[in-house]
Design a protein around this ligand. Structure first.
Ligand code: ADP
Ligand code: MG
Length: 265
């Protein structure tokens, strides 16, 4: 099982869109994929036609057992989606109350890791969608993930937000004493605007080693997809946004393959 987290402390940068699109592309290639909604807003959950306001069971249930994860619970929470091979572990808005409830609970940062350990044989890839705020949910995601994808909008304010995200990441990695490799992915790129072009250049200069080599372009199909509950498909050749995500996926997989080779000598 490969676990990727998609996070940034800024909203509206393409996190949820990246989770759905990368997840859909992986499923289309025949992998068993789980997308998990760790955002109390539940946009990923809504994308698949569930209402986070009224859902009775969600990720929230995992946090109700004093830091333990009862055997069989994660599998019960997984639901199918309209996309073959793609499963969802949904969020409910109750997640917004977690921060208060989890104070001082032993092992509260490892709940998602423990839940995924139970699903190890069921999925090849897991993508974790995150809330913009740093809290117990994001700490859980970063502890569980083997790779972090940081979408960043190509505009100046977003780049400031990126510095904050990387600082947070360093803080969490120090406390967890493990190194989480990451890829910064420029999103909502519009080559006709100065702001996009200039900020992409600035990103390239500032983060030469961790920045993905291309950018995800603005593509209105994504807005239509999220509203219509559609999972973008590689077969939709007209969609240059999906083409970019296909390149991103290939690069992430190549990187994961290279890491594996290094680990096994
Ligand atoms: P986040 O999860 O970071 O808040 P979303 O993925 O929900 O961001 O995207 C925010 C908004 O931007 C949504 O309306 C989404 O449809 C739109 N969007 C995301 N990526 C793109 C893109 N590449 N082109 C056009 N619109 C996009
Ligand atoms: Mg989102």
């Amino acid at each position: 099982m490969r676990i990727w987290a998609v996070a940034n402390q800024k909203g509206g940068v393409g996190k949820t869109t990246s989770v759905v699109t990368l997840g859909g592309l992986l499923a289309e290639r025949g992998h068993r994929v789980l997308v998990m909604d760790l955002d109390p807003h539940g946009s990923l959950t809504s994308w698949f036609g569930y209402d986070p306001d009224t859902l009775k069971h969600s990720v929230f249930d995992l946090f109700q057992h004093q830091g333990k994860v009862p055997e069989g619970l994660p599998a019960q929470l997984v639901t199918e989606t309209s996309c073959p091979g793609l499963s969802l572990l949904p969020a409910s808005t109750a997640l917004a109350t977690l921060e208060r409830r989890m104070v001082g609970v032993e092992g509260m940062g490892l709940i998602i890791s423990r839940a995924l350990a139970q699903l190890w044989d069921d999925f090849d890839y897991v993508l974790l969608d995150n809330t913009p705020s740093l809290g117990v949910l994001m700490v859980n995601a970063l502890a569980a993930a083997q790779h972090l994808i940081i979408p960043v909008q190509t505009e100046f304010l977003a780049i400031k937000g990126l510095e904050r995200m990387l600082h947070t990441l360093q803080m969490i990695m120090r406390s967890q004493k493990n190194e989480l490799p990451y890829t910064i992915v420029p999103t909502l790129y519009d080559r006709r605007t100065q702001a996009s072009v200039k900020s992409l250049n600035l990103l390239r200069k500032t983060y030469p080693d961790t920045l993905w080599r291309f950018a995800i372009p603005v593509d209105t199909k994504f807005r239509d997809a999220s509203q219509g509950g559609i999972v973008p498909s590689a077969l939709d050749a007209e969609t240059h946004g999906v083409r970019a995500y296909t390149h991103l996926l290939d690069d992430l997989l190549a990187r994961a393959g290279a890491v594996k080779e290094r680990q096994h000598g």
